[in-house]
Write a protein that binds this ligand. Sequence first.
Ligand SMILES: [Fe+2]
Length: 308
Amino acid sequence: MQNFYQEMWSDLSIRSFATEKLSQILEREKLLHNSVNEYAEIVNEMAGMNKAAVFSHHDQLVSYFFGNPKNVFAFKLTEDRVEELSAWLSKMPTTTFEKEVKNQNGPLFAPRLSTKGVMEQLDQNLIPFSLTNCEVIQGLHKEIRSNISEQIGSPFAFINTRAWVTKSLSNEMGPNAPHKDGFLPGHMKIMVYLTPMSAEYGDFWIEGEQITGEKPGFCIGFKNSDLLHSGKPGTKYPRICIEVTIMRTLQDNKQSHDSHVCGRHFLNVSSAYENLIKQKNCQDMLVEELLANKKTPEATSHAKAGGA
Ligand SMILES: [Fe+2]
């Protein structure tokens, strides 16, 4: 049975109105860029009201048509997927936050943490993997999408995929201390654990609740900038996890760019619609694409999705 939001979105005039509003938001963002072209300047804009307003208006637009997502939810990956991810990650090279933060290319906002010594401390406690976009990541995203569509309630874009090892008995700092991520509006995170969730291997804490006693493949999705959360290092063994960031949108999108170890989210909302804009080479055609969006496989997954 269709819910209220699905019924509303199936109306062509509603989608037409939504895409017109989306175009206005993307146009405002484009105007913002005309005065700031350098990466460093766009990063400065991220702390300003104008950029925050673009993300906020986009999120309000999505929520208007699709309702709000669940605050927090859990699911499990198949055993085959866990085996595949573990074998793949064991062959991936590792890197450091200090090294990766110097690489500021790509569509992601990857700021250097300003507090003195924080990058060094991160590298003392965590070992990040250097990941390029590949079929294994796309396969993981596909399985995640099929598990979370209902909880997210709207279409969404995959933004960044990171993986790291948390050393046992590491310090309570950075992601290992209670915090909110402080992302601009519209984002959520999905944590995938490849080691058991236990005191010995490490687990997760969110809003006063310890998430533990789960097998490898356990995943938790949550509003990372609204809910207080913390990784918990193991007392005996390293904890291995993958973190996937998504943004709620009007159109599903894959992650077609490489991930960034220090990446938070896109610098620009328009990046979430870039594949469509590129394909059509014209923003007007994006509107046309969204209006015609009825029978694609990705859209079909949302036909099953709930709203608020
Ligand atoms: Fe966090």
